[in-house]
Write a protein of this length. Structure first.
Length: 240
């Protein structure tokens, strides 16, 4: 049901059901039926599903995104589309790959935000008296975000030593964050998996608090186990 739910959450944003046209009405009804079928399947497979937080959330989404706008005099606003997207967000967060991606980027994102805020505040305090580019703290925060992403528009440039050192700290943080983000996204989309290698989801998971070297060692052990199993199978075949 993942693919139908993703399509049902995004398609109404392209073909608006509230437009009153026949394609819009069909899209609205069919996409709502997808959410309804998903809820019914969960009710059949999971005992007491409505008593859980996810079950209650799914029920609310199905009720509020119903095609009430087909009734005379009824209308639906942007809340319906927001609820569809919220259902999509819950589906994505429930998958293992997204959870692992968020867990990997969670602490790094917090550190990056702190560095940007503190660095922008330091630059604002040093540049504001003499640099018109840092007229407000919002300007300094904009400069910090642009510097973190290594875009470098050049519209705001620090001139004092303190402001430049704050920029250096933000640049280094940005390079580290972008490198980790690229590696995490590659792992999420399995771009680093080679043909014949076992999927990373099949490898034993390590605790979130485990050091990186322990996680790498666990992955290597899993690959060695797979190789030994394949070699043993080939030896058994050759003996027979």
């Amino acid at each position: 049901m993942q693919l139908p739910i993703v399509v049902s959450a995004i398609l109404p944003l392209i073909v608006v059901p509230q437009s009153g046209t026949l394609p819009g009405v069909l899209v609205g009804v069919i996409t709502w039926l997808v959410f309804l079928i998903d809820l019914v399947v969960h009710l059949r497979l999971t005992r007491g599903y409505l008593r859980t937080g996810l079950g209650s959330f799914d029920l609310i989404v199905v009720l509020l995104t119903s095609p009430w706008y087909l009734l005379p005099g009824a209308s639906a606003g942007a809340l319906v589309n927001v609820l569809r997207l919220a259902r999509l967000a819950r589906l994505l967060i429930a998958t293992r790959g997204v959870r692992r991606l968020l867990a990997r980027l969670g602490r790094v994102a917090i550190v990056a935000v702190l560095v940007v805020v503190v660095g922008s505040a330091v630059a604002y305090g040093a540049e504001h008296p003499t640099n018109p580019g840092f007229a407000t703290f919002g300007d300094a925060l904009w400069w910090g975000i642009v510097t973190l992403t290594t875009v470098g528009y050049g519209d705001i440039v620090p001139k004092t030593s303190a402001g430049r050192w704050a920029g250096v700290a933000i640049m280094i943080t940005g390079i580290s964050v972008l490198g980790l983000l690229a590696g995490s996204l590659a792992s999420f989309f399995r771009l680093g998996d080679q043909p014949g290698e076992p999927a990373r989801d099949a490898m034993p998971e390590t605790p979130a608090s485990a050091p990186p070297d322990v996680a790498d060692l666990t992955a290597e052990i899993a690959l060695l186990r797979t190789a030994v199993a394949r070699l043993t199978e080939r030896l058994d075949r050759s003996e027979t």
